[in-house]
Design a protein around this ligand. Sequence first.
Ligand code: FES
Length: 106
Amino acid sequence: MPKIIYIEHTGKEHVIDAPNGQTVMEAAVKHAVPGIDADCGGACACATCHVYVDAAFTDKVGKPSAMEQSMLDFAENVKENSRLSCQIKIRDDLDGLRVTTPESQH
Ligand code: FES
């Protein structure tokens, strides 16, 4: 099962074993990882599951879709490596993925 590493803005890490097919948001919520609100439940309609993808994984994770990008426009402190974690499906080649949560989701 792939491991996903969530890093809070304070630097605190949470290592979660997450099954393929689950999203990075769903795995965080299931394990009560702080910093991901996911108000819309994964419908790509709230932007409160914003994360920064570690540079080593940005190519593998890929770019946001046009719909995701338009939701990211509502998030604060968006960077080149910003993604909505409900739009990242976990799969074997994302084992070891590191994502950092922003200081605030609003
Ligand atoms: S959970 Fe709402 S956009 Fe990801």
